[in-house]
Write a protein that binds this ligand. Structure first.
Ligand SMILES: Nc1nc2c(ncn2[C@@H]2O[C@H](COP(=O)(O)OP(=O)(O)OP(=O)(O)O)[C@@H](O)[C@H]2O)c(=O)[nH]1
Ligand SMILES: [Zn+2]
Length: 203
């Protein structure tokens, strides 16, 4: 997959000043962003996050998911370490786009779980393709990651295209009554490593 690096700038945040790198994905026209901090091209494992776009959680304060809480926690963790990278991937709705995610939420309002809703709309449970990360990581000189995620598919995808994951670090934040069922479905049907949440739902 081809991406073109466009430009870098500073991005001050409440947790520290990151460098923001913009990449343009030729095939889809999507504009991806990577926030980095510190020396990341020295070959040592970099604290990293592949964050899939979630307009509702990341920008609109939604409690239906855990995305906004994870985004904030990941940026804080990178700032605390003084070194790391967050890839903000434009894969809204696990790859089905915002309008279809709203359709899926409508079905979930009627009782479907997050996987059933995608399937009722004719989509796979998770349509994300992480291969776009490879050229961005290469451009930034990142060789290996300490990955902040509960999703084993992300670890597998990175290793498949040649970016070893030195360590997986759990990122469990933002559990609330509105996302309890969603998180239990992620654990039960999508393989997310959220042991305590899955257990709580099963009890
Ligand atoms: N189709 C669909 N997408 C959703 C739904 N809720 C959240 N998303 C999207 O799911 C993506 C985030 O994926 P998650 O499964 O929450 O987490 P993850 O990125 O796989 O795993 P972590 O690295 O542990 O956070 C974002 O693109 C959200 O927009 C939903 O009910 N339906
Ligand atoms: Zn979300």
């Amino acid at each position: 997959m081809a991406v073109t690096f466009i430009a870098s700038s500073k991005l001050p945040t409440p947790w520290g000043t990151f460098t923001m790198h913009g990449f343009f994905e030729e095939e889809t026209g999507k504009e991806h962003v990577v926030l980095t901090m510190g020396e990341i091209a020295d070959g040592q494992p970099v604290l990293g996050r592949l964050h899939s776009e979630c307009l509702t959680g990341d920008a609109l304060f939604s409690l239906r998911c855990d995305c906004g809480f994870q985004l904030e926690a990941a940026l804080k963790a990178i700032a605390d370490e003084g070194r790391g990278a967050l890839l903000y991937l434009r894969q809204e709705g696990r790859g089905i786009g915002l309008m279809n995610k709203i359709r899926a939420y409508h079905l979930q309002d009627g009782g479907a779980d997050t996987v059933e809703a995608n399937e009722q709309l004719g989509f796979g449970a998770d349509q994300r393709d992480y291969s776009i990360c490879k050229p961005m990581l290469e451009h930034l000189g990142i060789k290996t990651l300490k990955l902040l995620t509960n999703n084993p598919r992300k670890v597998k995808a990175l290793e498949e295209f040649g970016v070893p994951v030195a360590e997986r670090l759990p990122l469990q934040f933002g559990l609330n009554p509105h996302n309890r069922k969603y998180l239990a479905t992620k654990a039960g049907k999508l393989g997310h490593m959220l042991g305590n949440i899955h257990q709580a739902e099963a009890d």
